[in-house]
Design a protein around this ligand. Structure first.
Ligand code: NAP
Ligand code: ZN
Length: 346
């Protein structure tokens, strides 16, 4: 067993504490990663706070992981000691079902193994990236391009792929008008990626407070959703809308902004239902869709694309003792635009 230092939480209303966790000895296809940076995703907060249902504690969240390979199992072929690598939201899947064979492991018909709050094939609970080391089977390890820092690479492993995948799937590109709802961790990556893909991007944020940043990320339009005129002015404007909001909002208002055959893809995951009127969809043959992270092959594509187009997150690096404070600040939307834990402070 390999002992790692970590930050764990013991209950939905508890603060983080220092912890030591065991990582399994390397199986033949396993890679041992010394984690350098771990991003804080709003999903970590939903999970730790029990928003999506009960979880087993103690819990070590973190699925935006970047680090260095320090050991490999006997039959590992993809990585060697010293490689710069990342791990995202899943660490395994059945590998045999139709979806896994298509490279859509996130939709594994037997359920993918989440990086934390899951159970691995050895029957052990998985623990995430708020720690110094992790052991992952090589097929779920990503290569981080040389020209991006490990600190900014970390958030790409969730915020990057979760926005790249639907933008890619619904063909964001030249001639397409794309709106991003909510400019937090996911949203600010969505703006940069959609812009890099060649789409005309607008941001729909609650206020205009972050407008200057939005335009720098590549948006051409920036609108306040607290201004009712926004919805009149932009009615029927967009081919594709990506909703990244972590709270319940009125989907019907956003669906009215879609043009003929437009699609609103929901990636935000509030615990409350998002209700849709039939007549928000029928008149312009609109679609309302969802999307979950992305497959491993697509995640590597995303990393290479973001490195090539310099689409990297704007981050605030924190120490391991600042996680509780960071959670409070994310909940208050006081984050520009991703907190990343420097694991050397564990
Ligand atoms: P985040 O950094 O907190 O950003 C969320 C943004 O939503 C905020 O910046 C804010 O944007 C907006 N917002 C927050 N509360 C709002 C409210 N009450 N009304 C209207 N807008 C509000 O969170 P994140 O890490 O980007 O994650 C966003 C959501 O995506 C979470 O629910 C997370 O669980 C989910 N997620 C899903 C997947 C997936 O695979 N589908 C993957 C990762 C995360 P403005 O300040 O611009 O208004
Ligand atoms: Zn995430």
């Amino acid at each position: 067993m390999i002992t790692a230092k970590a930050r764990a939480v013991d209950g939905s209303d508890q603060p983080f504490r220092t912890a030591e966790i065991e990582r399994r000895d390397l199986d033949v296809h396993d890679v041992l990663i010394e984690i350098k940076y771990a991003g804080i995703c709003h999903s970590d907060i939903h999970t730790a706070h029990g928003d999506w249902g009960e979880v087993d504690f103690p819990l070590v969240p973190g699925h935006e992981i970047a680090g260095i390979v320090t050991d490999v199992g006997a039959e590992v072929t993809k990585y060697k000691v010293g490689d710069r690598v990342g791990v995202g939201c899943m660490v395994d899947s059945c590998g045999e079902c139709e979806n896994c064979r298509k490279g859509e492991e996130q939709y594994c018909l037997k359920g993918n193994v989440p990086t934390y709050a899951g159970v691995d094939k050895y029957g052990e609970p998985t623990q995430g990236g708020y720690s110094t080391h992790i052991v992952v089977t090589e097929d779920f390890v990503l290569r981080i391009p040389d020209n991006i820092g490990l600190d900014v690479a970390a958030p790409l492993l969730c915020a990057g792929i979760t926005t790249f995948s639907p933008l890619n799937h619904w063909n964001a590109g030249p001639g397409k008008k794309v709106a991003i709802v909510g400019m937090g961790g996911l949203g600010h990556m969505a703006v940069q990626i959609a812009h890099a893909m060649g789409a005309e991007v607008s941001v729909l944020s609650r206020t205009l407070n972050k407008e200057e940043d939005g335009l720098q990320f590549g948006a051409e339009g920036y609108y306040a959703t607290t201004d009712p005129e926004t919805f009149t002015k932009l009615a029927g404007s967009f081919d594709l809308i990506i909703n990244t909001v972590s709270a319940q909002i009125d989907m019907n208002a956003y669906l009215s902004l879609l043009t003929l055959d437009g699609t609103l893809v929901n990636v935000g995951a509030p615990p409350e239902p998002l209700s849709v009127h039939a007549f928000s969809l029928i008149p312009q043959r609109r679609s309302f869709a969802g999307s979950l992270i992305g497959g491993i092959r697509e995640t590597q594509e995303m990393l290479d694309f973001c490195a090539e187009h310099n689409a990297v997150p704007k981050i605030e690096v924190i120490s391991a003792d600042e996680i509780d404070e960071a959670y409070e600040r994310v909940l208050a939307s006081d984050v520009k635009y991703r907190f990343v834990i420097d694991t050397s402070t564990m």
